[in-house]
Design a binder for this molecule. Structure first.
Ligand code: ZN
Length: 118
């Protein structure tokens, strides 16, 4: 017996989709996107779009945590800060908890996104 992570209703272990809300009943994992504090850009806001849906915004010292179904996902990170703008698209397969860290690239003036141990 398990519960739908979207609507909370009880669903059968055998169901691939929730019979109440229709969403995937596949195992879910936590996606973390973190922006550590870095010198000099405290006000920079990073916009994060997961699977071309909602946009989230984080600043230095903040992180985003989402539970997503196992499988293929797209992470799009962008910023527009003073005279800098940069964007990165990362395609990944979620098969365990995953963590991405946004880090300034002082050579390019943009940023990089690294996957690290969750
Ligand atoms: Zn549901």
């Amino acid at each position: 017996m398990k519960y739908c992570r979207y609507c909370g209703n009880e669903i059968s272990d055998a169901d691939a989709f929730c019979q109440f809300c229709g969403k995937s009943a596949a195992p879910g994992y936590t996606l973390t996107v973190e922006k550590p504090k870095e010198f000099g850009i405290k006000k920079a806001v990073f916009n994060i779009v997961v699977d071309n849906r909602e946009t989230y915004a984080i600043k230095g010292g903040q992180k985003l945590e989402l539970v997503l179904p196992a499988g293929f996902h797209t992470l799009f990170v962008s910023w527009n800060f003073r005279l800098s703008s940069d964007k990165k698209t990362i395609n990944f397969i979620l098969q365990r908890n995953a963590k991405f860290v946004i880090s300034l690239n002082r050579v390019s003036g943009g940023f990089d996104v690294f996957e690290t141990q969750a």
